[in-house]
Design a protein around this ligand. Structure first.
Ligand SMILES: [Fe+2]
Ligand SMILES: [Fe+2]
Length: 166
């Protein structure tokens, strides 16, 4: 798979996320649908980019926002599968995303907290500004994806996920 991103997407954003977007385990998210027709990978990129923009505007840690936004649903499995402890997927998957993100990437406490609390009010209350940004961006993107509204925050044709043919 190849992700092509237009040259007008700021390098300052891409520099924070490029290594995640080239990780083969992370790219498995493209196999799973999220919010009807959107892949979990595309949804994660939407949340990451919107979170980065919001964090920049609000003077927050935009690196943590971009990374935690991208990793918040890092769960390459079907959400309809039974969870290990029988927990509802809405409560289980943020914990799984923290576990996977910690194992595959170096994440800091701020990013960990943002990933862990992104389902608020289902689950724990966000404890830092970036975590509030991720939970808000996730809901905005999810609502637009459910309604099939064009959510490519990178703009038309700015991000193309080229899937290898089977
Ligand atoms: Fe989620
Ligand atoms: Fe999400």
């Amino acid at each position: 798979m190849d992700i092509r991103i237009s040259e007008d997407v700021p390098e300052s954003y891409l520099a924070e996320v490029r290594h995640i977007l080239s990780n083969s385990e992370f790219l498995l998210l493209d196999k799973y649908f999220h919010h009807h027709k959107t892949s979990r990978l595309t949804h994660s990129i939407h949340v990451s980019y919107l979170s980065w923009l919001l964090a920049k505007k609000l003077g927050c840690d935009e690196k943590a926002a971009a990374r935690a936004g991208l990793l918040h649903d890092f769960c390459p499995y079907n959400f309809r599968e039974k969870t290990p402890k029988g927990e509802h997927p809405a409560f289980h998957h943020p914990k799984a995303a923290v576990e996977n993100s910690s194992r595959v990437f170096q994440i800091n406490d701020r990013e960990r907290d943002a990933i862990r609390t992104h389902m608020f009010p289902l689950g724990p209350v966000p404890r830092n500004k970036e975590a509030w940004i991720i939970t808000l961006a996730d809901k905005i993107c999810a609502a637009m994806e459910y309604c099939h509204v064009e959510t490519n925050f990178m703009g038309k044709d700015r991000m193309i996920i080229a899937r290898a043919s089977a």
